[in-house]
Design a protein around this ligand. Structure first.
Ligand SMILES: C[S@@+](CC[C@H](N)C(=O)[O-])C[C@H]1O[C@@H](n2cnc3c(N)ncnc32)[C@H](O)[C@@H]1O
Length: 225
């Protein structure tokens, strides 16, 4: 089935948020990253500014800057309305209000948009849909990341997750996934089963992070070879 932009909710996070979610320390920051489902996050932009190495993969990168910008504007109203209705499900400590949240997200996505065409020309934003095979050899990247994509959308199913994470683990020495709950912040059977599958052949760790915005979303999954 063709990937449709109007089925995506582009909502981008910052480098600071990626550092907290994925517990990236100074040593990690020197490594090579693959960002899966990075969408309109400004992690790639901000890392590139610091001479870091990130390639972001996402099906939305098949669309033009104008199309993505239009979709972000459509989604902004809907997401902010949902946030207003569900404020009690969030921890308002680092981000203190709805206005601040909207400013942080919109500023992150503006940075992404300003970098998008340059980054595409430089091969930093690559149109790719998991679980398709990537054109890289084994262990090409040090760390593969997935923020607010894998394990969250449980409707993608067990087989999708096994195939997608296996391909990530083929091209990355380790992968980190945040959060380890579904969209309602529940730990599901699917998540337990996927983790159980990788425990057979890999070192699997669940680590607490300093990032908790949706209540209960404060754990990171690390899978190493
Ligand atoms: C909620 S956004 C998260 C964006 C970013 N990681 C962040 O946390 O700010 C989820 C992203 O997953 C992407 N996505 C959806 N299906 C995908 C697939 N099969 N392979 C890779 N990315 C996918 C979407 O296009 C979207 O950009």
């Amino acid at each position: 089935m063709a990937f449709k932009l109007d089925s995506v909710v582009p909502w981008g996070r910052t480098l600071e948020e990626y550092k907290l979610m994925f517990r990236l320390d100074d040593e990690d920051m020197l490594k090579t990253f693959a960002g899966f489902g990075d969408g309109p996050a400004c992690f790639n932009y901000e890392m590139t500014e610091r001479n870091g190495s990130v390639i972001s993969f996402d099906p939305i990168y098949q669309f033009s800057k104008e199309d993505i910008e239009k979709r972000i504007e459509e989604v902004r109203v809907i997401v902010m309305q949902q946030m207003r209705e569900n404020m009690d499900n969030y921890v308002w400590e680092n981000i203190k209000s709805l206005d601040e949240l909207e400013n942080i997200r919109m500023s992150a996505m503006k940075k992404f948009l300003s970098d998008y065409e340059k980054g595409k020309a430089e091969g930093r934003y690559v149109f790719h849909e998991l679980p398709n095979r990537l054109p890289y050899e084994e262990d090409h990247f040090d760390i593969g990341l997935s923020s607010h994509f894998l394990l969250m959308y449980t409707s993608l199913g067990y087989d999708f997750h096994i195939a997608a994470m296996s391909e990530m683990l083929r091209v990355c020495k380790e992968i980190r996934i945040f959060p380890i709950v579904d969209l309602d912040a529940n730990k599901t059977d699917l998540i337990n089963n996927v983790i159980g599958f990788f425990k057979k052949d890999y070192t699997v760790q669940t680590v607490k992070t300093d990032y908790e915005f949706q209540k209960g979303d404060n754990k990171l999954l690390i899978i190493r070879k």
